[in-house]
Design a protein around this ligand. Structure first.
Ligand code: ADP
Ligand code: MG
Length: 385
């Protein structure tokens, strides 16, 4: 991130003392969508866009928060009984409350937040914020940080303070992302494996549709409930299953007809997406980018047809990308109903891809997409600059 010195200076002017700086990345999920809360597999990568929090401890229990994204300063007293409020700082409150409940002592603090991760675009600015703030609050109170414990506390904050029943992927990758690698995460055991993303031949290009439909949060929670319903119904035939992760495709095919159509479609997506994600990890390890790209495209189809979380703008971006000869694969990424697509593009075709998709999308959607060629970046860290 540029201008960390200026940001430090801004903090000094606002609060009159010297901050420490912590940053956490946004993320793009290469494949494995809506599988995390089904105990499944995901393959996200932390991106080279970060949220930075400047923080200085106080000698009382007050937390004061400012963000370069919002005009209002938010204040609250540290307490495990904090409740969500009607303002931008719920992720900050939430992570503080969940860390306190996790029996960490925290100190009051002054915070200034800035971000290169676009808000509400599906690149998880919310997890980047939670993890940067959570890490900062722990460090200024002189705790050692256990990254997985922090990720779980932040996930809880998102559930209770932002109202999204998310899986653990976003917070996990914001903590544990590694430069040059995507992480294959087993969301049941929380075991993970860093998989090199070799950028000699191809680039990961994020294209922001610039739309966000209102449905996103309510439909997300509904999908989660539908998956639970699928497990309840399938457990009648397949005793012992805990989640859709436990259902093999052959078993599912045997019992699928007994499910209501919407439930069958949701389950079909999750079960096939887990298989695609594992296959994609192998393809990436072997440098089989064409195969990886086919799996991305199949993932998009499944999200559109069976999980029904895409929208016309995302479909349009994937269609345009799929027609481009330099594209290995494209799919929506994140929860859906707007936000971004992720595209695997031949290195020497990136410029041409960006100009073509920009023109073609703007022509139809009447809004210019933002494109970002991204590098796999590291997880949360202290900035020494
Ligand atoms: P996404 O995670 O896809 O970017 P969300 O709706 O989950 O979208 O999170 C966006 C919300 O997170 C914002 O409305 C705000 O409450 C909070 N947030 C994220 N980044 C910042 C920031 N830099 N400053 C203040 N609040 C932020
Ligand atoms: Mg979010």
């Amino acid at each position: 991130m540029n201008n960390l010195q200026d940001f430090r200076q801004q903090f000094r002017q606002l609060y009159g003392n010297e901050p420490r700086l912590f940053s956490a990345p946004g993320r793009v999920n290469l494949i494995g969508e809506h599988t995390d809360y089904n105990d499944g597999f995901v393959l996200p990568m932390a991106i080279d866009r970060r949220t930075v929090v400047a923080i200085a401890p106080r000698n009382d229990r007050l937390v004061r928060c400012l963000s370069t994204e919002f005009d209002d300063q938010i204040e609250f007293e540290l307490s495990a009984d904090l409740k969500p409020a009607n303002d931008w700082a719920n992720h900050v409150r939430g992570v503080a409350a969940c860390l306190l409940r996790d029996e960490y002592n925290l100190r009051g603090a002054d915070l200034l937040i800035t971000s290169e991760v676009p808000l509400g675009a599906g690149l998880s600015s919310s997890a980047a914020l939670e993890i940067a703030v959570g890490h900062g609050l722990l460090k200024v109170a002189e705790h050692l940080v256990d990254p997985i414990r922090l990720a779980l506390a932040a996930q809880k904050a998102e559930h209770e303070f932002a109202g999204t029943q998310c899986g653990v992927m976003d917070q996990f990758i914001a903590c544990l992302g590694q430069a040059g690698h995507a992480l294959k995460i087993d969301c049941r055991t929380l075991e993970y494996e860093a998989v090199p993303v070799d950028l000699s031949e191809a680039r990961v290009v994020i294209v922001n549709s610039m739309v966000k439909h209102e449905l996103a949060s309510s439909e997300y929670n509904l999908r989660r409930a539908e998956c639970e319903e699928a497990v309840r119904r399938l457990a009648g035939h397949l005793p012992g299953i805990q989640s859709l992760r436990d259902v093999e495709l052959e078993e599912f095919d045997q019992w699928a007809d007994a499910l209501p159509e919407n439930i069958r479609r949701r389950a079909n997506h999750v079960i096939t997406e887990n298989a695609r994600t594992l296959a994609a990890v192998e393809a990436l390890k072997l440098g089989q980018l064409s195969h990886f790209g086919k799996l991305m495209r199949a993932s998009h189809e499944s999200l559109r047809e069976d999980y029904q979380v895409s929208c016309s703008e995302l479909d349009l971006l994937v269609e345009i990308a799929s027609r481009h000869s330099g594209v290995f694969g494209a799919r929506m990424t994140g929860g859906g109903f707007g936000g971004c697509t992720v595209n695997l593009v031949k290195a020497d075709q990136v410029e041409n891809f960006i100009s073509e998709i920009t023109e073609a999308y703007e022509w139809v959607a009447k809004v210019k997409p933002e494109c970002h060629v991204c590098q796999a970046s590291g997880g949360v860290r202290e900035e020494s600059q």
